[in-house]
Design a protein around this ligand. Structure first.
Ligand code: F0G
Length: 373
């Protein structure tokens, strides 16, 4: 049997976003590629979400939790770390709500350099904390929030000994825009709406840059309306003011002064999109719904766009976002940014762990019946 080697995909599969999208990224032959095979995540058609919106609309979930460290950050990190190594960096540094630090630590390990991560004490989900230690990062917890951590990182980055890999580093945004490329290639054009959570606002800016670039290059004709969701207690862009003490169960987006605020506003305005808020209750309900109805388990922050979509589907007879109805036959993509396993506490807190029963058939059957009641 002949196995075709002409398939373009065969050349980059498992080699990461730089191999696949080299022509669109700020790399040269002199750039050492530090990759963990990130990107190429599934765009999962979601029949139950589609049915909720109705009227022939199709909803797809871009499952970024399937990247090597369990979040979308890996797409930007491969570019940022490759470029940092090209420039001779020995130590990476970042502030993080947990995912950037996990990703930075992994790519630093891969590159054989060190990585310092500055984290808000007590506000990092346990899975993410475990990752930073597992990959060997130097972990510093501050008695403050993410915004304060990022401020310190900016100051430390001014010294020669640290390379910043937060999304204020444009190499991160360049890498993250590849998710928009993948979506356009898979759907053969952009969707009508793109929904995603917004924290430091790098990702919404990156997606928009990706959509714009492919249209500019004639690789697509349309651009989506960008719809960003912030948590009610951490919604600076929505409220148009810095939130000094952001609070939300979605710790990944517990941010009060996003670094890419201006870029996000531009993406929303240029795309005729919007920024909206969802409550912690809506986030947790959407997280649970997505896991049970579609089999996709995401961390709380990632459920924010699903919460927004569920709310849209429940409003009046026709689904709409804050007054703007969703036209018949729309294609909607929701990026779910991080894996549910990163944040087990949220689910565990609502559970009563089962008491062990005797190891025999009748006791186990009785226990199954009891859990169904
Ligand atoms: N979803 C998850 C799971 C995140 O970890 C983040 C950001 C976002 C959404 C928001 O993306 O910041 O580009 O608007 N996490 C950062 C971190 C802040 O440190 O891991 P954004």
């Amino acid at each position: 049997m002949n196995i075709s080697t002409s398939d373009d995909a065969a050349r980059w599969r498992g080699r990461g976003v730089i191999a696949r999208y080299r022509a669109y990224l700020p790399v040269t032959d002199a750039t050492p590629v530090i990759s963990l095979g990130e990107g190429d995540t599934p765009l999962i058609f979601s029949p139950r979400l589609s049915a909720k919106i109705g009227r022939g609309c199709e909803v797809f979930v871009k499952y970024e939790g399937l990247n090597p460290t369990g979040s979308f950050k890996d797409r930007g990190m491969t570019v940022a770390v490759s470029k940092a190594v090209e420039r001779g960096a020995q130590t990476l540094i970042c502030a993080s709500t947990g995912n950037t630090s996990a990703s930075a630590a992994a790519y630093a390990a891969r590159a054989g350099i060190s990585c310092a991560v500055i984290l808000p004490a007590g506000k990092i989900a346990s899975g993410k904390m475990v990752q930073a230690f597992a990959y060997g990062a130097q972990v510093v917890a501050i008695d403050g929030n993410f915004d304060q951590a990022l401020e310190i990182v900016r100051q430390l980055g001014a010294r020669q000994d640290f390379a910043i890999v937060n999304s204020i580093n444009p190499d991160r945004i360049a890498g993250q825009k590849t998710a928009a490329f993948e979506i356009m290639e898979e759907l053969t054009d952009a969707p009508d709406f793109h929904l995603l959570p917004v924290g430091n606002a790098g990702n919404i800016s990156a997606y928009w840059a990706g959509y714009e670039e492919f249209v500019r290059l004639g690789k697509g004709r349309r651009r989506p309306k960008m719809i960003g969701f912030q948590a009610n207690g951490a919604a600076p862009i929505y409220r148009n003011e810095v939130v000094v003490r952001p609070e939300t169960v979605a710790t990944a987006i517990r941010i009060g002064n996003p670094a890419s605020w201006a870029q996000a506003k531009r993406a929303i305005a240029d795309s005729k999109g919007m920024i909206d808020i969802v409550s912690d209750e809506e986030i947790l309900r959407a997280q649970r719904w997505l896991a049970r109805a579609e089999g996709i388990f995401v961390e709380p922050a990632s459920a924010a766009p699903i919460a927004g979509l569920l709310r849209a589907s429940e409003q009046r007879a026709t689904a709409h976002f804050s007054g703007a109805s969703i036209p018949e036959g729309s294609r909607i993509v929701c990026t779910v940014t991080g894996h549910g396993l990163k944040d087990p506490e949220v689910i565990m807190a609502s559970l009563a762990l089962p008491k062990p029963v005797a190891p025999n058939e009748s006791e186990v059957l009785r226990a199954i019946a009891a859990t169904q009641s």
